[in-house]
Design a binder for this molecule. Structure first.
Ligand code: LLP
Length: 418
């Protein structure tokens, strides 16, 4: 459920007309709903009510805007970060360092040190050598780094290949069958407080069975580690729960997910950690855009909008579907292709799609753009970096400025030999 609805025939975000945001801020612009973020944060937490003590670390990569992070910090969420930049954001919005998890397959020494010095609550180790280096960096500072070992359970998450992470040949985690021996070696290191294990098998999962299969393998691993004498206190079950991108999508709810977790992890006697991203932010945001032209095509007209693949990369990268709606729908529909101005055929949001009738100058939205939207934007084709707006009831604020092409140009230099 979200808070982008028609009020008196005009699309609003909560009680703010999207046309007002377009007039004030210009287009393209991302618009986020505070009420939707809060609702998703609460529904996800409630879904896990029967799963015992849980820690919730919002995966910042999904939407790192500090306005959004602030809302989630107030909902009691910590953060899953994958870079020093994301760590800075979590700390900047006042999330407790103890509630920060550092994931990622390529943490640099500088990033490990920054996270150690911030006293984050959990490092997710992606390879044995990372544990050795982290232990040394921690011991040199008189610290013990709290850590878990990320295992690769070799489960096919059944999602797009580019966002699948739990197959044997993916770059993430250590092979699950090698984990016991590695755990034994790492747990001997003074600079490491090895608390347990972690997994994350992929994103936009539309079916719970791969997750359940992966969790069962982790349960077996926990039993094996305990049998070997290790104390296992924490298991990080990652993120990955999908969201509906179109009305016909059937996706398990957070309640279904929570019931599966409670069933599968019964008796584990650990603190569970989750790293949800998309399920919190996805349907809490839209990309608001204006129609530049309706260009006749061979079969369908091309609706050329002022948003492009540099603003929302998902259709070009993952063939993703984002619903399109007119801000002032007339009730009439048409068959169209929707594309942006970037000089690539891949800069196409939809082909052969039945959409609300729009004409030059009209406004429209791409839905479900709150996760992996603005954060993946670029300035390709020397376009501006897209701005972001946060709505709360009948008020709104620009939470990220549009960075104009001139500002980006001003950061470049011609070397003095030219
Ligand atoms: N934890 C780890 C270790 C991750 O790698 C990810 C996402 C998450 C948590 C959050 O997963 P979520 O709950 O959002 O599914 N750009 C792609 C998605 C990439 C996801 C990468 N990892 C997209 O637009 O679909």
């Amino acid at each position: 459920m979200d808070h982008f609805t028609l009020i008196d025939g005009a699309l609003h975000c909560e009680r703010v007309p999207l046309a007002r945001i377009a007039a004030d801020v210009g287009t393209p612009v991302y618009v986020y709903s505070t009420a939707t973020l809060q609702r998703h944060a609460r529904v996800f937490r409630e879904g896990l009510a029967d799963a015992g003590p849980v820690h919730l670390a919002y995966a910042i990569k999904a939407n790192p805007n500090i306005g959004v992070l602030n809302v989630l910090a107030r909902e009691g969420y910590g953060a899953d970060v994958v870079s020093g930049g994301e760590l800075s954001r979590a700390l900047a919005v006042g999330m407790a360092a103890a509630d920060v998890v550092f994931s990622g397959v390529g943490k640099t020494d500088a990033e490990l040190v920054a996270a150690l010095e911030a006293r984050i609550g959990q490092f997710n180790l992606e390879l044995e050598e990372e544990g050795v280096v982290l232990a040394a960096l921690a011991a040199a500072r008189g610290l013990r780094a709290p850590a878990v070992l990320r295992v690769n359970p070799d489960v096919d998450a059944g999602t797009h290949a580019k966002i699948s992470t739990g197959k044997r040949d993916n770059k993430f985690g250590v092979p699950i069958h090698e984990a016991p021996a590695m755990f034994a070696r790492l747990s001997k290191l003074d600079g490491l407080d090895l608390k347990g294990v972690a997994i994350h098998i992929g994103s936009q999962l539309a079916d719970l069975s791969p997750l359940e299969a992966a969790y069962k393998r982790v349960g077996e691993l926990v039993a094996e580690l305990r049998a070997a004498g290790h104390v296992i206190r924490r298991v990080d079950l990652g993120g990955g729960l999908g969201v509906p991108y179109r009305d016909s999508d059937v996706i398990p709810s957070p309640a279904d997910f929570g019931a599966m977790v409670a069933r599968t992890t019964k008796g584990w006697d650990v603190e569970l950690m989750f790293e949800p991203g998309r399920v919190i932010a996805g349907n809490a945001g839209v990309l608001l855009t204006a129609v530049i032209w309706v260009k006749p095509g061979v079969t369908n007209p091309y609706v050329i909008v002022d948003a492009a693949m540099n603003d929302l990369a998902r259709p070009a990268m993952y063939d993703a579907w984002h619903d399109f709606r007119a801000v002032l729908p007339t009730g009439e529909r048409m068959l169209a292709n929707i594309a942006g101005p970037v000089c690539e055929t891949g800069d196409t949001f939809a082909m052969d799609r039945e959409i609300d009738v729009v004409k030059r100058g009209d406004l429209g939205i791409f839905r479900t753009a709150g996760a992996y939207g603005a954060t993946m934007a670029s300035t390709y084709n020397s376009r501006a970096l897209v701005p972001e707006v946060l709505v709360d009831g009948d008020r709104f604020a620009v939470v990220a400025d549009r960075i104009p092409a001139e500002t980006i140009l001003a950061a470049e230099r011609v070397p003095d030999w030219l």
